[in-house]
Design a protein around this ligand. Structure first.
Ligand code: 4AD
Ligand code: MG
Length: 461
C-alpha cells in the first residue's frame, strides 16, 4: 500500500522518489499523439505537479476524458523533469479517475474577476489566488499563537454569547429563542425575562471585558476568535463576522501597549515574508507590485506616535479636501486615517489620547479629565488595524464613567469587582485579523480574505 503524498512535500525533495501516490484536481491537460501532460493541484501549495502519462498506461482512453476540475489518483515515480518550468514531474504508471467534471465547471482556465468569484465562494479556493490567501491565513494564524507563546501569554476563550456591549456602539446581533412573531412593539424589558437567558443577550463585539478578568489572574493573556458587529456599512474594510486577536496585559501602561502592538505587527509581517513567500509572491506580482516594499517599510520603520490633538492639527493644516470635515472632538474617518499614514507620514502611525466623548467607558481617564489613554494603530492602505487602550483601574473613576454614559452599574458588578480586589494598571488592544491579511497580501476588499464573508444583506453559503 502506498500512502498519498502531498505535492508541497514532494516538490521539496532533493532525490527522485519511486512509487508515489498523489491525489488532486486537474488544472490543465495537454494531449500529444502518444502521451498526455496533466497539471494536478492538491491544494497543499501553489504549484501543480506535472504528470506525464504515456499511451501504454492502463485505461489511457479514460485518462483522455479528464478535463479541468476532474479529480484523479496518480501512481508513479517522481523524476527530474525533462521539460523546463519545473524541477520534478511524475512519470505515471497508473491514473485512476476519481470523478469527472462536466464542461459547465465555472472555473475554466482564464482570469476571473474578484466580483465574479465572490458569487462562487464555494469554488474560489480552487483558484491560485484564493488557494494562496487561505494558506497564508492558516500560516499567520499559527504565527499569532507562536508570537504569544514565545512571550508567555496564555490563550483564553471568552464567551461568544454575552449580555454586554463592550464597545457601547449598539452594533449588536441579538441572540434569542423568543418566537419571531413577537412584534417589535412588544419587545419591552419584560419580554426578555421569558427569553433563554432571562435577559437581553447578544453575540460578542469584543472579548475584552472578560479577557481583563483573566489578565488580572494569569498576567498576560490573549483571545483569537470570532467577533460580530451589526454595522450596517458596506465598506471594503468591514464585515459583520470577523476574527479578532485581543491581548490583555496586567501591569502594562499605554506606552507598553503601543510598543507591544508595534512589535506584534512587525513580527507577523516578517513571518509572512519569511515563511509564506511561495504564496505571497503571487500577490506581489499580480495584486500589488509595491507589496514587498510596503511590507519591508513596515518591518523597518519606527511607528510614529502622536496624540489625537496633533493628528487633528495636521489634518486641519493639510490642503487635502476631505468628504468629512475634521474637528477637535469628532472621530477620525477612514479617509483621515489613510491621509495621515499614507500621504503625510508614509508609514504606520499610532494615535493616542483621544477625547473621552468618542471612546468607550472602560478607557483610562487622563489627568486633563478630557482625554483617555486610547491608542489606534493605523497602517498604509488599511487605516485602523489596531484599536486599544489602557484600562480604567480606579474604582471610583470607573463608576463615574459608567454613570456618565448611562450604563447600569448593577450589570457591571463583576467588572467593578475586579477594581475592588487587587486592581492594577493594565492594557490591551484588538487587532482585526482580516485587516492584517489585507495588509500582508495587498488585497483591497475584506470580502476576499475570509472564505465566506458576512456583510449586510448577504448570508449565502
Ligand atoms: O477598535 P475596536 O472596536 O476595539 C475593540 O473592540 C476593543 N475592545 C479591543 C480591545 O481593546 N481588546 O476593534 C478592534 C479592531 C479594529 O482596529 C479593526 O482592525 C477590527 O477590530 N474591526 C473590524 N474588522 C473587520 N470588520 C469590522 N466590522 C471590524 N470592526 C473592528
Ligand atoms: Mg476602533
Amino acid at each position: 500500500m502506498v500512502a498519498r503524498q502531498k505535492i508541497a512535500f514532494l516538490l521539496e525533495t532533493e532525490q527522485p522518489v519511486e512509487n508515489i501516490l498523489v491525489k488532486g484536481w486537474v488544472r490543465t491537460k495537454r494531449d500529444s499523439k502518444t502521451f498526455s501532460f496533466i497539471e494536478v493541484n492538491d491544494g497543499s501549495c501553489l504549484k501543480n505537479m506535472q504528470i506525464v502519462v504515456d499511451e501504454n498506461t492502463p485505461d489511457y482512453s479514460e485518462i483522455k476524458k479528464l478535463t479541468t476540475g476532474s479529480a484523479v489518483a496518480v501512481w508513479g515515480h517522481l523524476v527530474a523533469s525533462r521539460g523546463g518550468g519545473q524541477k520534478w514531474e511524475v512519470q505515471a504508471t497508473r491514473v485512476d479517475t476519481i470523478s469527472l467534471t462536466p464542461e459547465t465547471y465555472p472555473l475554466q482556465k482564464k482570469r476571473h474577476s474578484d466580483e465574479y468569484l465572490r458569487t462562487i465562494a464555494h469554488l474560489r479556493p480552487r483558484t491560485n489566488k484564493y488557494g494562496a490567501i487561505f494558506r497564508i491565513r492558516s500560516e499567520i494564524s499559527w504565527a499569532v499563537h507562536q508570537f504569544f507563546r514565545e512571550r508567555c501569554f496564555r490563550y483564553i476563550h471568552t464567551p461568544i454569547i454575552t449580555g454586554s456591549d463592550c464597545e457601547g456602539a449598539g452594533e449588536l446581533f441579538r441572540v434569542t429563542t423568543l418566537d419571531p412573531s413577537i412584534q417589535a412593539g412588544q419587545f419591552d424589558e419584560d419580554v426578555y425575562s421569558k427569553d433563554f437567558f432571562g435577559r437581553e443577550s447578544n453575540l460578542t463585539v469584543s472579548g475584552q471585558l472578560t479577557a481583563e478578568m483573566l489578565a488580572l489572574s494569569l498576567g498576560d493573556v490573549y483571545t483569537f476568535g470570532p467577533t460580530f458587529r451589526a454595522e450596517n456599512s458596506n465598506t471594503s474594510r468591514h464585515v459583520a463576522e470577523f476574527w479578532m486577536i485581543e491581548p490583555e496585559m496586567a501591569f502594562c501602561d499605554l506606552d507598553g501597549n503601543m510598543s507591544f502592538g508595534e512589535e506584534m505587527i512587525k513580527y507577523l509581517v516578517s513571518f509572512a515574508m519569511d515563511k509564506c513567500m511561495a504564496d505571497l509572491d503571487l500577490f506581489a506580482r499580480f495584486v500589488d507590485k509595491t507589496l514587498l516594499k510596503t511590507l519591508e517599510n513596515i518591518v523597518n520603520s519606527d511607528f510614529v506616535r502622536i496624540p489625537y490633538k496633533e493628528a487633528v492639527d495636521i489634518l486641519l493644516a493639510s490642503k487635502n479636501s476631505f468628504d468629512f470635515t475634521v474637528s477637535y472632538g469628532s472621530d477620525l474617518q477612514s479617509e483621515h486615517e489613510r491621509y495621515l499614514t499614507e500621504t503625510h507620514f508614509k508609514k504606520p502611525i499610532i494615535i493616542f489620547d483621544y477625547p473621552k466623548t468618542i471612546k468607550p467607558f472602560y478607557m483610562r481617564l487622563n489627568d486633563d479629565n478630557e482625554t483617555v489613554g486610547a491608542m489606534d494603530i493605523l497602517v498604509p492602505r488599511i487605516g485602523e488595524l489596531i484599536g486599544g487602550s489602557q484600562r480604567e483601574e480606579r474604582l471610583d473613576v470607573l463608576e463615574r464613567q459608567l454613570a456618565s454614559v448611562g450604563l447600569v452599574k448593577d450589570n457591571y458588578w463583576w467588572y467593578l469587582d475586579s477594581r475592588r480586589y487587587g486592581t492594577v494598571p493594565h492594557s490591551g488592544f484588538g487587532m482585526g485579523f482580516e485587516r492584517l491579511l489585507m495588509l500582508v497580501t495587498g488585497i483591497t476588499n475584506i470580502r476576499d480574505v475570509i472564505p465566506f464573508p458576512r456583510t449586510p444583506g448577504n448570508i449565502d453559503f
